[in-house]
Design a protein around this ligand. Structure first.
Ligand code: ZN
Length: 399
């Protein structure tokens, strides 16, 4: 039972009011606003967000996430915003968002806006990579404990829309409208001093809709604990979970193979093998031969960020939009086109749209959609589950 807290706790977090009030910003944006305010300079600009250099860790694509919070930040301000739908697959140099409005009013929000998009897209992309590596097997997000609890729901949401099948943290699951997943920790087995006792109590007390997954590596060997738990729970057992510490692992695949063999020859072919602990998209393919489901923690919740940057690409002078950009950045607002038929992708100047795919001559649609007009949301946003389905439809067959 959670303890009731009466006074406002002093955690080191920004409040929603501070974020919406533009206080989570870099000082240089405040200084530029002071200068524009004093000189009474109002310039409408178009700012474009792209991943300019490269993805982290050699990734070749990303999953765009964090749009819902970005729109929450930007709505009610006199801005027009176009963006890729949340969950869109994207590549380097492809525009993911375009913001048009008065720079003096907008500048202090760049820090928070990029923060929402960079981290959520990093987590969603890592989740998508793990899900792709698992080749259809369920991947559960277990990483809440690795990150500051204030952002656990956001991380769980990004992990889920990126392709994870569910999350372990209650607050994250509530945000998603999904049931949290999880069974019992090693700690309960230690308190009860025996694996079988803990599993038995779990089966006796916990709601029947929670799948019976037995943790089999607390005191004894995985093979013997797997059999003990399977015999104890009989038909109720859904899976055995191997979370073997790295110091004892040796060859995880061999351990899992041995558990599978011993279960199978005793008639427990239906008992699934669930593996967690230190997994990522490089390790998962090595275990696919025998693993049925995965729990992934640190690799997803502590994913490297997608390093988006935001640049002015057009400026309004005397009612006319003029092309402008800093060195190294192509000027002009850009639209992304992707062909549904042949998969061809092209970034084009917004004012020169391409009616059809130049490769297969198929019809294609611009991918950046208008979400905000003068700060007003133009359409309802999809649910996390709908975004996740969209992500899964776009994922490649393998990494
Ligand atoms: Zn095409």
């Amino acid at each position: 039972m959670a303890r009731t807290v009466h006074a406002q706790p002093k955690f080191h977090i920004a409040t929603p009011e501070q974020i919406k009030g533009g206080h989570v910003t870099d000082a240089y944006f405040v200084r530029s606003k002071q200068i524009l305010d004093r000189k009474k300079i109002d310039k409408n600009v178009k700012l474009e967000i792209t991943l300019k250099k490269r993805f982290p860790e050699g990734w070749e694509w990303g999953i765009f996430a964090g749009l819902d919070e970005a729109l929450e930040l930007l709505k009610d301000f006199p801005l027009d915003v176009w963006a890729l739908p949340e969950g869109a697959y994207f590549k380097v140099n492809e525009p993911v968002m375009l913001v048009a409005g008065n720079y003096r009013e907008f500048s202090v929000y760049e820090t928070a806006l990029l923060g929402f998009l960079c981290q959520a897209s990093g987590v969603a992309t890592k989740a998508a990579r793990c899900k792709t590596a698992a080749q259809g097997r369920p991947v559960w997000a277990f990483g809440a404990r690795r990150m500051h609890p204030a952002i656990a729901p956001m991380i769980d949401r990004a992990a889920y829309i990126g392709g994870c099948d569910g999350v372990s943290c209650i607050a994250g699951a509530e945000l998603l409208g999904e049931e949290p997943v999880g069974t019992i920790p090693h700690a309960l087995i230690i308190v009860l001093e025996e694996s079988a006792t803990a599993t038995g109590f779990f089966d006796q007390i916990i709601d029947k809709k929670v799948q019976r997954v037995a943790l089999i590596d607390t005191f004894g060997d995985e093979k013997f604990e797997a059999l003990e738990n399977a015999e104890l729970l009989g038909e109720n057992i859904y899976a055995v979970r191997l979370d073997t510490p790295s110091s004892r692992r040796g060859d995880m695949l061999e351990i899992a193979r041995e558990v599978r063999w011993e279960l199978d020859i005793r008639g427990y072919e239906n008992v699934k093998i669930f593996i967690s602990g230190g997994l990522d998209e490089d390790v998962i393919p090595q275990l696919n031969e025998v693993a049925d489901e995965y729990g992934v923690g640190t690799a997803i919740s502590n994913a490297r960020v997608c390093d988006f940057s935001m640049d002015i690409v057009e400026i309004e002078n005397d009612g006319t939009w003029e092309l402008i950009a800093k060195r190294g950045k192509p000027s002009g607002a850009k639209q992304l086109y992707v062909c549904d038929d042949c998969g061809y992708r092209q970034v084009v100047y917004w004012q020169k749209p391409l009616a059809q795919c130049p490769k297969c001559l198929g019809r294609w649609e611009p991918r950046l959609i208008k979400y905000l007009e003068r700060g007003k949301l133009l359409k309802p946003l999809p649910t996390p589950s709908e975004i996740r389905d969209y992500v899964l439809r776009q994922l490649p067959d393998k990494l």
